[in-house]
Design a protein around this ligand. Sequence first.
Ligand SMILES: C[S@@+](CC[C@H](N)C(=O)[O-])C[C@H]1O[C@@H](n2cnc3c(N)ncnc32)[C@H](O)[C@@H]1O
Length: 270
Amino acid sequence: MNTELKSSLGLATWVRDLANAGGTGGLNWHVHALRSLNRWLPTRERIAQFLASIETTQTHLLLIGPSAGWMLPTPWLARFKQVDVVDIDPLVPLLFGLRHGKVLREHGTQLHFHRQDAIAGLPQLLREFPNACVWFDNVLGQVSVRLGDEDIAERQLRHLKLLLQGRSWGSLHDVYSGPTDAAMALPEIKTVGFKRLDNADEDTAQVHIDGKPQLLSVAAQGLLTALNAKGVWHDHATAGVFPSKTSTTLIPWAFKPHYWHWLEAGWVRP
Ligand SMILES: C[S@@+](CC[C@H](N)C(=O)[O-])C[C@H]1O[C@@H](n2cnc3c(N)ncnc32)[C@H](O)[C@@H]1O
């Protein structure tokens, strides 16, 4: 490929990622996040509680897809001496810096930004940062959106845990999302303890919901009912992200007033 064509393709990607980062971030995301911060507060508090409960011995964090860290608690970031932020969105260094930079500087936490595809480039990032723990910050549920193919996304996502073997790592990601019934009272932001017991398909898979065994299909229906789901809901193909038997926390998220998500937060130790 000649240099001129290469640089105009690079510029086109830069502009596309500035606008919407493959449908998962960018300017669209920042405007929506900024306007939604109050509505998201209960969910942000549950995420902060989850992260506060994680014991990490590492002083280095590899932070993947955090955007400006709209939903991330600064005190958790300040636990680390070094944070390497990887996101495809060109606005991230500026906006993440504005949101968290001052407190992190005061705590002596060094921030480094990398603009690259962290999913495709994960093996290389893990080699580059051998002692870092890893947090996927609501990015893995977007893989199916970016790829436009749930099956390929699910295979890619199942494979990640193999690359991460021997690491301390965690993820917050979408599990389901969809419209809710505007005529009903707003659902409670009540977290649910969750555990997948096997990797079987949805009809036969067994899970624990708040410690009680259930079929995944029954549990999923219960989760949707708890949020007054209406119409068609999207499965984000994240069922295989964590190794089976990992205890996780499901957190409701009022992404828009009548469009909610179930998020899953979990942490895996080597
Ligand atoms: C839903 S947003 C994350 C929101 C974030 N948790 C927050 O608090 O604002 C998803 C982010 O992942 C980034 N992203 C999507 N795919 C990516 C990839 N393959 N590599 C790196 N970043 C990616 C997007 O640019 C976007 O900033």
